[in-house]
Ligand binder design. Structure first.
Ligand SMILES: Cc1ncc(COP(=O)(O)O)c(C=O)c1O
Length: 372
């Protein structure tokens, strides 16, 4: 049977991913950049993105949990679990050579015992909670815990890291407090002869807002959203990155509806005049936020076409008043840029009253990922 092209697709530009990686690398040089590719690279498809970033020079990747770590083994790069590890996951992760986070003395001891049993070494990075309030060794316990764990014979204590809770807010004292606490701890550990090859704390927000997070003692950063070409909703945008993704679909129907016609579920829009209406083949199942209803736009033939009525699961209606030549089958840009128009992830996030991360992670299963 002849292959039918998919109705909705994401175009993910490998060139833009590469140039974004280079832009972040230039900004933080000589720090190393660890791309964070958790959640299937924020939903965009982890393997092609990892391959692209490996070609761009990435030496390691960060993920959230073991399943994601194992997926990346074929790339033959260091894979770091950044969050947590369950006891039964320790052995397979050591076997696979994954870099494991240490978040307690008990966990360090278990990793050590397991490594010795396997006649292997486990590479670990100590995860310190300097104020994120989520995972890691509590700051007040960190010196003691790390001092005890650092020399365990089965461990290669390669790194130490922490994570920011609100580095998007330049004026908040919280991030500087986290940095200062971390530096104090490093100094104490250094005095006791405990040193680390890699010291890292910065995420995208910090790289944009807190230069002190990518200067010594820090020598690595972890970045996710900036590689995909988006910024957090708040804070500076100080890296010259480009949007790497466009969401596209097709125009599946064009109809002229008389004045007074009501459009879609709930009849939330009533035509004031006879209007050419287009129906595009994408809805909230594909990641179009419901809040675009009567508020957002799509681009057809390089013209902005307002969404009218409520976004439904599979289809969305738009006014073709400003694109009179639009025809069934036309490509429709829901997110992304054309020659003279652009719809950004950030603008969707604002309409949905959320942050860009949720938008990027919300494209549906039906959406084909095309790497171009
Ligand atoms: C521990 C850790 N480091 C780094 C990142 C990368 O964050 P961002 O996408 O904001 O750069 C994340 C993602 O939330 C994370 O959980």
């Amino acid at each position: 049977m002849k292959k039918i092209p998919r109705r909705v697709w994401l175009e993910i530009s490998r060139d833009v991913l590469t140039s974004n990686f280079n832009a972040v690398s230039n900004k933080v040089s000589p720090c190393e950049v660890m791309p964070v590719l958790k959640a299937n690279s924020y939903g965009l498809g982890v393997l092609p993105i990892a391959e692209t970033l490996k070609e761009a020079g990435a030496m390691r990747f960060g993920v959230a949990e073991p399943y994601e770590a194992l997926q990346l083994l074929p790339l033959e790069r260091s894979i770091h679990i950044l969050s947590s590890i369950l006891p039964e996951e320790v052995e397979p992760m050591i076997e696979a050579g994954i870099t494991i986070p240490v978040a307690s003395l008990e966990s360090a001891q278990l990793i050590n015992r397991t490594a010795e049993k396997l006649h292997k070494f486990a590479t670990v990075h100590f995860k310190v909670d300097t104020g994120m309030g989520r995972l890691g060794i509590l700051y007040n316990d960190a010196y003691e815990t790390i001092s005890k764990a650092h020399g365990l014979p089965g461990l290669i204590s390669e790194g130490i890291f922490s994570h920011f809770s609100m580095a998007y807010e330049r004026t908040s004292p919280v991030t500087l407090e986290q940095i200062n606490k971390f530096k104090t701890l490093l100094m104490q550990l250094s005095k006791a002869g405990k040193h680390f090859k890699y010291v890292h704390i910065a995420n995208s927000d910090a790289i944009n807002n807190f230069p002190e997070s990518y200067h010594p003692p820090f020598n690595m950063v972890r970045t996710g959203i900036n590689l995909h070409g988006a910024f957090d909703a708040e804070g500076n945008r100080s890296i010259p990155i480009q949007p790497a993704i466009s969401l596209k679909t097709r125009l599946t129907a064009v109809r002229k509806l008389p004045a007074g016609s009501c459009i879609g579920y709930g009849h939330t829009y009533k035509l004031k005049e006879k209007t050419r209406i287009g129906t595009i083949s994408a809805g909230y199942a594909d990641g179009l936020p419901l809040s675009l209803s009567n508020q957002g736009n799509v681009i057809i033939r390089d013209r902005l076409c307002p969404i009218i009525g409520r976004v439904s699961m599979d289809y969305t209606n738009v006014s073709l008043k400003d694109a009179p030549e639009a025809q069934v089958g036309d490509d429709v840009t829901c997110l992304g840029a054309t020659e003279s128009n652009c719809i950004t992830i950030e603008s969707w996030a604002e309409l949905k009253n959320t942050h860009p991360y949720e938008i990027i992670c919300s494209f549906g299963n039906r959406v084909e990922r095309r790497y171009i």
